[in-house]
Design a protein around this ligand. Structure first.
Ligand code: NAP
Length: 284
């Protein structure tokens, strides 16, 4: 029986890759008393469901869809989580809720040598992942514009980040306007192109694709999305979202264990499970 437990709550949660990633990291560091598992908790019993891991002595948990926002009322969100309006990592020892998505993205961009300070960055999407991205990118010194199918939601995001984090200068534009805005980086935070809809792209067909930009696609199933293919076809560089997934998990790992996370092991674990599913190549 493992003595130190962590895990992820969500609904559904069976598809989560976090147990594989974290358990591979524990094994690589010889942490035999640590175990990461997945707990399915329906939204209507979230408060009660949260007691389970707490009463069973869990060190902390990750929180995934659809609980990231609702969980905020049951923990003490840190400043980043407050600004983003969502918690994805809890440390039960302190009761603090964190959001590691923004730092996960920034760390992966840095690991890939992508400069953010003073860059023009176009964010596609206005959901939870986009809020984290816009927050992180703006704080890192980028000029950020947002394009979303539902413009009202993009405007709400801008107002929220202004109110909660004092972030100013964010722009909302149409994709047509964005095409000639002159950004160096596009970050896709929509779910468009996600398996199994692998031929779909948030950059609509017929609209000229900017040349020589970098695309960071948060979608990691498949590994090479339709948007990434469009980018490369126009002389750009494309990076998939697997690294962000590993790095946001690595931040939680470090928070719970106090140890340096074995990032390469975590990436390899994710890659191999996706390759086994045939999804990393966009199959199936
Ligand atoms: P969400 O809150 O549900 O937001 C979804 C976004 O996608 C919204 O902006 C939505 O636009 C847009 N969208 C959905 N279908 C669309 C369509 N057919 N055409 C145009 N836009 C469409 O989801 P989320 O939590 O932000 O996650 C977004 C994506 O990021 C997911 O694929 C998720 O797996 C991925 N993600 C990856 C990581 C990572 O570590 N790599 C981390 C977090 C999230 P509307 O507002 O108009 O509905």
């Amino acid at each position: 029986m493992a003595e130190k437990r962590v895990g992820v709550i969500g609904f559904p949660v069976e598809h989560s890759l976090s147990p594989i990633m974290h358990n591979a990291a524990f094994a690589a560091l010889g942490l035999r008393d640590w175990l990461y598992d997945a707990m399915s908790i329906p939204p209507d019993i979230l408060r009660l469901g949260l007691r389970e891991p707490m009463q069973h002595g869990y060190v902390g948990i990750n929180v995934t869809v659809p609980h990231k926002e609702a969980i905020m009322q049951f923990v003490r969100p840190d400043d980043t989580a407050k600004a983003i309006g969502a918690v994805n990592t809890i440390d039960f020892r302190t009761g603090i809720g964190a959001n590691t998505d923004a730092d996960g993205l920034l760390k992966d961009l840095a690991a890939n040598g992508v400069e953010i300070a003073d860059a023009r960055v176009l964010v596609l999407g206005a959901g939870g992942a986009a809020r984290a991205a816009v927050y992180g990118l703006a704080r890192a010194g980028a000029t950020v514009a947002i394009v979303n199918r539902t413009m009202k939601r993009a405007r709400r995001l801008v107002k929220q980040l202004q109110d909660t984090a004092g972030i100013r200068g964010l722009q909302v534009m149409t994709l047509d306007e964005a095409a000639s805005w002159g950004m160096s980086l596009i970050v896709n935070c929509t779910s468009v192109g996600l398996h199994p809809h692998i031929t779909q792209s948030p950059w609509i067909v017929g609209l000229p694709f900017p040349t020589e930009v970098t695309v960071y696609d948060m979608v990691y199933r498949p590994a090479n999305t339709a948007l990434m293919q469009q980018c490369v076809a126009h002389g750009g560089r494309a990076i998939g979202g697997l690294g962000m997934l590993a790095r946001q998990g690595a931040i939680a790992f470090e928070l719970w264990t106090g140890l340096e996370p074995p990032i390469a092991v975590m990436m390899d674990a994710l890659r191999s499970v996706l390759e086994n599913k045939g999804e990393a190549k966009g199959e199936g």
